[in-house]
Design a protein around this ligand. Structure first.
Ligand SMILES: [Zn+2]
Ligand SMILES: [Zn+2]
Length: 327
């Protein structure tokens, strides 16, 4: 059983699922490694050798159902009251983008082409799921290093609702546009590039910076330099640049924080809702998220003990040291 439930006080929607993962029983090992294709359900997209049939080895990026929650890809959400509460069916999608056949996070970071292809698959699935009217948001995220299983993968959720924080960001960008007449993220990227204090690394299409009001120590935003509301607008050469700046940022974090655990999330425009042309997608990286989350729970507001300017300084030094040590 899976359903969406609304917290009547905060208006936050939550997926409640009571089913265990649906990997085929009786087999050990990683369900995302080549040779285990049958354990994940039919593949939804694959970049593979054209001489190989679906659901067999021969792929280098593969998208499959998550096997965790049960989403129907079509039909009505059947929103209804349950006493004083509000609930609806989980219509949409819950998918896994398996980024590489190799069960090795470090190998993926080192292979920019592989990482680019995986990011392109995320973009393809985002565009696929933005199209139907019933979908209001597509959330794509991953743990770094990957966990459960420890095979590099993104998780994509296509939802009939917009998560509260994403909605607040969308409304904030809309109000910023109304007030200043320009996109807030374009403005931040431009102003912080000029200022330099919070910049970590940049390339032709992206900047990576520690945002001025970072909620968490060493929080990073990787922002496209060209205004684009939707990830579906990103072009191939931009995904090429994203793969490279993401690898640089992860290496800098690894050097500065000694192998941190990170949460990476694409902050993408809500879908099929008017007024979202002022949104500007970006990739948010939160390192070592557990400790600050505990602090947030303790104080009721995020308390960040590391100034973003200090974090950016350490990360720049880490990135420069890595460049200098390359043969
Ligand atoms: Zn694996
Ligand atoms: Zn913009």
């Amino acid at each position: 059983m899976a359903e969406l439930r609304k917290n009547p006080l905060t208006r936050e929607w939550v997926i409640v699922t009571t089913e265990p993962p649906h990997f085929a029983e009786g087999q050990d090992g990683c369900p995302y490694c080549p040779g285990s294709e049958h354990r994940c359900g039919p593949e939804l997209l694959a970049y593979r050798d054209p001489n190989t049939p679906p659901d067999t080895p021969g792929w280098w990026v593969r998208v499959v159902p998550s096997g965790v929650s049960q989403f129907d890809s079509e039909g009505d959400v059947q929103r209804h009251d349950e006493g004083i509460y509000d609930t609806m069916r989980t219509v949409g999608a819950d998918e896994i983008v398996i980024e590489t056949p190799t069960h090795d996070e470090a190998a993926l970071v080192a292979d920019a082409q592989q990482s680019e292809d995986a990011l392109w698959a995320c973009r393809e699935r985002y565009a696929r799921w933005c199209a139907p009217d019933l979908v209001k948001s597509v959330v794509i995220s991953r743990l770094y290093p990957a966990h459960d299983p420890e095979h590099p993968h993104w998780r994509l959720l296509a939802l009939p609702v917009v998560p509260q924080r994403l909605w607040e960001l969308a409304k904030g960008l809309e109000q910023y546009y109304d007030y200043r007449g320009r996109c807030g993220l374009c403005h931040i990227a431009e102003a912080d590039r000029e200022d330099g204090q919070r910049m970590v690394v940049e390339n032709r299409h992206f900047v990576a910076l520690a945002p001025y009001a970072s909620m968490y120590p060493y929080e990073l935003w990787i922002i496209p330099r060209r205004h684009q509301a939707s990830l579906a607008c990103a072009q191939r050469q931009e995904m090429h640049s994203l793969a490279r700046i993401l690898a640089d940022a992860m290496r800098a974090l690894k050097g500065a924080l000694h192998n941190p655990h990170c949460v990476l999330t694409f902050m993408c425009a809500p879908c099929n809702i008017e007024g979202m042309e002022h949104f500007h997608w970006f990739l948010r990286v939160l390192p070592n998220v557990t400790a600050p989350t505990r602090a947030a729970l303790k104080y009721g507001i995020c308390v960040n003990p590391v100034a973003p300017e200090t974090a950016a300084h350490h990360l720049r030094r880490s990135a420069v040291a890595l460049l200098a040590s390359r043969p």
